[in-house]
Design a protein around this ligand. Structure first.
Ligand SMILES: Nc1ncnc2c1ncn2[C@@H]1O[C@H](COP(=O)(O)OP(=O)(O)OP(=O)(O)O)[C@@H](O)[C@H]1O
Ligand SMILES: [Mg+2]
Length: 500
């Protein structure tokens, strides 16, 4: 270290050691350790359930540590509540979006500070300020829009703007890009670089290693609640990081199509919904995984939700195995054999207050009930098998989903879908927030699923993932299909070019 450490500027923003936290019997954090300097982006990495979010919740006063030492700008602290951390200039964007569905963007941006001395005289001033803030950050959002009308990505951007607006010098981002497309990620990174050059320190959590190499200066890795290693990003490569995160080497794998593609499984004809998407026609054969690519707002998710009966469509026909099916609700889709892994697990995928077991078995109860009586044993066995298969990390199947780490929640979403024994799977960002090891398991599962004569739609904004795990990719642009390519013959550049 340098010899000017008596001078304020060289004192680290955060220096934490030996931080511990247990929830009941669950030891979430055994040795949390991290040093954050001014003007750096520090990646905090580790598998699902490694203790990252727990550690960050302690730094930001959301939960209290059991033990250990945290120094903020040279001063030992022990925060009792989030406002203590905010007062010290620490802002956090949490992994799960704080839902303020009825508020407008502007109201949410200034939440908690509307009534201070510089308070807004009226809504108009607030909206003008919100517009100015969003413009400065390069975020293209309407300050008058209601939060519930925004996509996950847009809501995330509002949270980021809100944190930046609080003039914090420590900014903590827990998977900020997990729901963003390339273009929005780039906008976010530009904002982060600007903050960094102003001396702000940023802790950045992500399972997207590509993002880490683009934006981070240093890294710290946690594994099973313990500090593993810290270093400079410039001194390590992707394979090296993966080895430290999952504790083993993972080979790159590319999908091999195992079945000859001859028999149509899912046929979609002239699917349309007002301004969202128009005349979507596609066929997925038995054994196929069809990718859908598009930029934010291209209509991919809207189409997938409508296909699953979860959003409206105006017209269009669907056939499964040659039989016309009429899907008016997710229940219709499920009973026809179509399941969906949703992008926004908190609002559409899971019942957070219920147990893992209840969440997984809910849509499949029919299978386990005979004359209205649920066959408890069969249900429990099926839940256990799925939890093992996907390596859900939890004390037991009775654990509430709310108490799981983000990645483990996403695994429960997948388990819930698989438990309905679908023939066709719609996957919308299925690996969102999932660690590198579990991603491979999801990919392998999908390949195996297709090879048994099933089919899938795979939507992902991570292009390498999309290319590696699909057979064909159709490109959405402003609600229409504008191109179709073979996955083995395309590239990131070509897809981006076709979509923009
Ligand atoms: N409120 C809680 N009650 C019980 N257990 C909890 C609670 N919060 C977290 N845990 C457990 O603590 C462990 C660490 O979770 P944490 O959320 O910190 O992981 P993470 O590294 O952020 O993982 P991810 O990458 O999946 O987000 C997990 O096993 C989790 O189930
Ligand atoms: Mg987390």
């Amino acid at each position: 270290m340098d010899n000017t450490s008596a001078v304020g500027l060289s004192v680290p923003l955060i220096h934490a050691e030996g931080v511990t936290k247990s929830y009941g019997g669950v030891r979430a954090l055994l040795d949390g350790r991290l040093t954050l300097r001014r003007g750096e982006v520090h990646a905090l990495l580790g598998g699902n359930g490694a203790g990252k979010s727990t550690f960050l919740s302690i730094l930001t006063g959301i939960v209290r540590a059991d033990g250990g030492q945290v120094n903020i700008k040279g001063r030992p602290v022990r925060y009792m509540r989030p406002s203590d951390a905010l007062a010290d200039g620490i802002a956090i964007i949490t992994q799960e979006l704080s839902a303020q569905p009825e508020m407008t963007v502007a109201q949410n941006l200034f939440l908690g500070i509307e009534n201070n001395a510089a308070g807004f005289l009226n809504d108009r001033a607030m909206i003008a300020d919100a517009k100015k803030l969003l413009d400065t950050l390069g975020f293209d959002l309407d300050p008058n829009a209601k939060m519930k009308r925004l996509s996950v990505a847009q809501q995330q951007i509002v949270e980021i703007a809100k944190a930046i607006n609080r003039r914090s010098d420590i900014l903590i981002m827990d998977e900020p890009t997990s729901a963003l497309g390339d273009r929005e990620t780039e906008i976010l990174f530009e904002a982060i670089r600007r903050l960094r050059s102003n001396g702000i320190g940023i802790i950045y959590v992500s399972h997207r290693l590509t993002d880490i190499f683009q934006i981070a200066d240093r890294y710290t890795i946690f594994g099973d609640g313990r500090f593993v290693e810290t270093g400079n990003i410039a001194d390590i490569d992707r394979a090296g990081l993966i080895r430290l995160i999952v504790g083993r080497t993972l080979p790159d794998q590319v999908r091999e199509q195992k079945l000859a593609v001859t028999e149509p499984l899912l046929e979609v004809r002239d699917f349309s919904a007002a301004t969202l998407f128009t005349d979507i026609n596609l066929t997925v054969c038995k054994g196929e995984v069809l990718g859908i690519f598009g930029l934010m707002g291209a209509g991919r998710s809207e189409f997938a939700e409508a296909l699953f009966g979860n959003a409206r469509k105006d017209r269009g026909e669907v056939k499964l195995n040659g039989q016309p099916i009429d899907i008016k609700s997710p229940t219709d889709a499920l009973s026809a054999g179509i399941a969906m892994v949703t992008e926004d697990r908190a609002s559409t995928g899971l019942i957070l207050l219920s147990s893992i077991r209840d969440n997984i078995s809910l849509p499949a109860l029919r299978q386990f009930s005979r004359g209205g009586i649920i066959k408890g044993k069969a249900e429990a066995a099926s839940v256990r098998a799925l939890m093992e298969k996907l390596r859900v990390k939890a004390a037991s199947s009775a654990t509430r989903v709310r108490n799981l780490s983000g990645g483990n929640q996403q695994k429960v979403v997948l388990a819930k879908c698989l438990n309905t024994s679908p023939k066709f799977l719609i996957c919308d960002e299925p690996t969102r927030g999932v660690d590198e090891g579990a991603k491979r398991e999801i990919y392998a599962f999908l390949a195996d699923f297709a090879s048994r004569g099933n089919g899938a739609l795979f939507i992902s904004s991570e292009v390498p993932e999309l290319i590696a795990n699909t057979d064909r990719i159709i490109v959405f642009k402003r609600g229409s299909i504008v191109a179709e390519v073979k996955s083995a013959e395309t590239s990131q550049e070509q897809l981006l070019h076709l979509a923009s």
